[in-house]
Design a protein around this ligand. Sequence first.
Ligand SMILES: [Zn+2]
Length: 99
Amino acid sequence: MTPAEQRASHYTAKRQDRAYLGEDWNAGDRDVDVRCHRQWIAVNRKAYSCVGNSAGQRHEVPAGERMLVQSALIEGRWGGYRLCLKCCDEWLDQLEGLS
Ligand SMILES: [Zn+2]
């Protein structure tokens, strides 16, 4: 693949960054003790695995793609995960479809 093709294969986010950052992605885990939760959007320096959304499955996201990164102290241990913007969009599409 040429660099131009690689760029063209990048997922183009449907929303502005603040739409992803303003979402509470852990809303379903209220019974878990989560502290110091932070989230930001980062460009992958290498391939990372995306945890997927309710419909999707865990999958690999190549270097150069932007992902939502989450970090938190979960039940006393630092943990984090990454979600690609495509999965974020699918998730938000679903939420908007329900409302
Ligand atoms: Zn994903």
